[in-house]
Design a protein. Sequence first.
Length: 198
Amino acid sequence: MVNTGRRMMNAPEIFLATIETTAGHFAIEVHRAWSPVGADRFHDLVRQHYYDGSRFFRTVAGKWVQFGIAGDPALAQDWRDKTIADDPPVQSNRTGFVAFANTGPGTRSTQIFINLRDNSAQNDPEPGFAPFARVVTGMDVVQRIFAGYGETSGGGMRAGRQDAMFDGGNRYLDANFPKLDQLVRVEIIVAGRNGANL
């Protein structure tokens, strides 16, 4: 059941999000036409600084990089069950495309993955994996994000092993998986003449 928690503000039709990490900087270009509900949720979370200071907790070399559980356990728990409806897919899960993770229909919330290869055969048939953005600069940085722990540092939503991350936040991850790269901050740049930060 979809439970957004509150009404989201519509995102700009196209905008850039710059992402500073301990591996370097990269940027994604968000297209609301590809996934309007997903783009609105991402825009909302970034405006509230939800991702700032979090960890890239699931990186599987040659497959994907996943993030999206806030480092503050109270914040992570507050958003955990605020799900959004699925968007019909417009783009495919090709290299560099960005989509929300989910456990089934209507379960997208805050967790996002970046495809490190063409995963369209695996992900496109599944409901909910509608890409809303693509990496436009710094794909080499995304490829460098630490992958040594693989699935052991949290796994995906469907693995059912994320409670410790939600309960312990960064303190848990840093104590048990100290080599994880950090997502330092995300900033939105509006497409247009002034390029002002929100």
